[in-house]
Design a protein around this ligand. Structure first.
Ligand code: NAD
Length: 298
């Protein structure tokens, strides 16, 4: 029987730590400020944004959503981002992706002040994550989902025990797969990134001591793809149809088949998802502290 990695509990602990740090910042100035930009009414995005705002406020962060119509142009969204860049009370800016069709996502991400980029998607932050070796710079804004995965792995195996392990990350997105591979490299894992063009994906997966699925295909990772004793992190969030018509969330891992073989596994829901939001709050505190330190130096 695998250890079920309780992302909900880990996220609650992280949020509690963040709330303490927010209170310290508030007591010596003002609470960190977070603005989430939502263009349009994509239902999943709207739900994610509501959760982010609620959790941020519960931690004491000055959080608000900036809503734009689905027809908002690249220029209009850029203007909002530039305004938030200039606003001294805003420490963190998150533009909820995907943006409506036709909007130049790349231009928007590039426009965010890297010091306020709490999603960690700006090339400045991506570059710092990938180009420097050694320990993570303590002020670096790392993408939230991969950071959440790393924290769960460290909690499960112990930080030092990651060194030398064979890790396979299935999925090469800029949001999850690639930054997670960089994080695992920094913890001295031997990392393979597999993707849609990988030959014999099952065989690649079987070699993994740490297997991460970040694909978006329900149940892709089958039981016989997983080595006995592997630690499995399931990032996938897929809604599948159910008879009652309400649908159900499942991951990229065929849980019932994989769980008996794994040493530890994250459930969906209740695994990586809650950690993503908690890491966003932690990044907001990090950004607020770094901006305060930079202001003192000026
Ligand atoms: P994406 O669509 O950007 O990338 C998917 C990746 O999977 C691609 O690199 C592609 O090469 C690979 N892939 C596709 N089909 C494959 C196949 N058959 N075999 C092997 N690889 C294949 O997706 P993403 O944004 O990285 O998200 C991946 C999943 O993680 C989605 O289900 C998403 O909803 C979920 N997600 C969860 C969180 C969270 O907080 N838990 C956050 C972000 C994304």
């Amino acid at each position: 029987m695998a250890t079920i990695i309780d992302g909900k509990a880990a996220a609650a602990r992280l949020r509690e730590r963040v709330a303490g740090e927010v209170a310290e910042l508030a007591a010596t100035g003002r609470p960190p400020g977070l603005r989430v930009v939502l263009a349009g009414e994509h239902p999943a995005s709207a739900a994610y944004v509501r959760t982010k705002e609620k959790m941020a406020r519960e931690a004491g962060i000055d959080a608000a959503v900036v809503r734009l119509p689905a027809e908002a142009s690249t220029a209009e969204i850029l203007e909002v981002v530039q305004g938030l860049n200039r606003d001294p009370e805003v420490d963190g800016i998150l533009v909820q992706l995907p943006l409506p069709a036709g909007v130049d996502e790349q231009a928007i991400v590039l426009a965010i002040d890297p010091a306020k980029d709490v999603d960690g998607f700006h090339p400045w932050n991506v570059g710092r994550l990938g180009s420097l070796t050694g320990d993570l710079p303590p002020d670096l804004l790392v993408p939230c989902t991969p950071m959440g995965c790393l924290l769960l792995l460290e909690q499960t195996l112990g930080r030092e025990a990651l060194a030398g392990r064979r890790a396979v990350v299935v999925g090469r997105s800029a949001i999850v797969g690639k930054p997670l591979a960089q994080l695992l490299l920094r913890r001295h894992c031997t990392v393979t990134i597999a993707h849609s063009r990988t030959r014999d994906l099952a065989e690649e997966c079987r070699r993994a001591e740490i297997l991460v699925a970040a694909v978006g295909r329900p149940g892709l990772i089958r039981g016989d793809w997983v080595a006995e004793g592997a630690v499995v992190v399931d990032v996938g969030i897929n809604r599948i149809a159910t008879e009652d018509g309400r649908g159900r969330l499942v991951g990229d891992v065929a849980y019932a088949e994989v769980e008996p073989r794994a040493a530890a596994i994250t459930p969906v829901p209740g695994g990586v998802g809650p950690m993503t939001v908690a890491c966003l709050l932690a990044n907001t505190v990090l950004a607020a502290r770094a901006r305060r330190a930079a202001a003192r130096e000026r």
